[in-house]
Design a protein around this ligand. Structure first.
Ligand code: GLN
Length: 193
């Protein structure tokens, strides 16, 4: 059965995600309204600025619509700011910033500090042979993970790729590397639901 993957397109690096998904032969649509959301079977939340996205999610009415779909089990993949939006607790967020609490992790925004707020490194992915070149841009750091969360990759001690049920999160930007393996993992989740 063909599935449509939406890419939240309120702000941020959503087009790069669409390119990777299209290269995998997946149909994608940009999601800006609740009507757009009805067209999709799964959703990618891109990197960008989580405070801005949180604000636009509220004003567009999408926050509650997405929340309802997440509660029904819609697969979702959040990268960087998208991971912040999906976390249970956001540390160093704006006081009015909201998150979906779809995955049992706490994250600290911009935790890697000013000097290294952007860096690239190769990380080992659980179950895959070759390392993945990961690009971190003002990345959030996972400060707590719940026991139902599966860790898929770490950078040093830090969890950088994780999954709970049909919710997947990365603190880096897999859409910026010419390597579709992580997006393929997410598409694999769609076959499970
Ligand atoms: N620091 C940004 C935030 O708080 C996330 C950065 C990114 O998505 N590249 O939303």
């Amino acid at each position: 059965m063909s599935r449509v993957v939406g890419v939240l397109a309120l702000q941020g690096a959503f087009e790069a995600h669409q390119h990777v998904l299209r290269d995998l032969g997946v149909e994608t649509v940009q999601v800006r309204t609740s009507a757009d959301l009805e067209l999709v079977d799964a959703l990618v939340m891109p990197g960008g600025e989580s405070t801005t996205m949180s604000h636009l999610l509220q004003t567009s009415g999408l926050f509650d619509a997405i929340d309802a779909r997440l509660k029904q089990g819609m697969p979702v993949f959040g990268t960087c700011a998208g991971m912040i939006l999906l976390a249970k607790v956001v540390l160093d967020g704006r006081s009015d910033q909201r998150s979906f609490g779809a995955i049992d992790i706490d994250v600290k925004r911009n935790a890697y500090g000013r000097q290294i707020d952007s860096f690239e490194t190769d990380i080992a992915l659980d179950g895959l042979v070759d390392d993945f070149h990961a690009v971190f841009i003002r990345a959030p750091q996972v400060s707590r993970i719940g026991e139902d969360v599966t860790v898929l990759a770490r950078h040093k001690e830090d969890v950088v790729l994780a999954r709970q049920g049909s919710v997947m999160v990365a603190s880096f930007h897999p859409e910026l590397t010419n390597d579709a393996r992580i997006h393929s993992m997410f598409i694999g989740l769609l076959q499970e639901v």
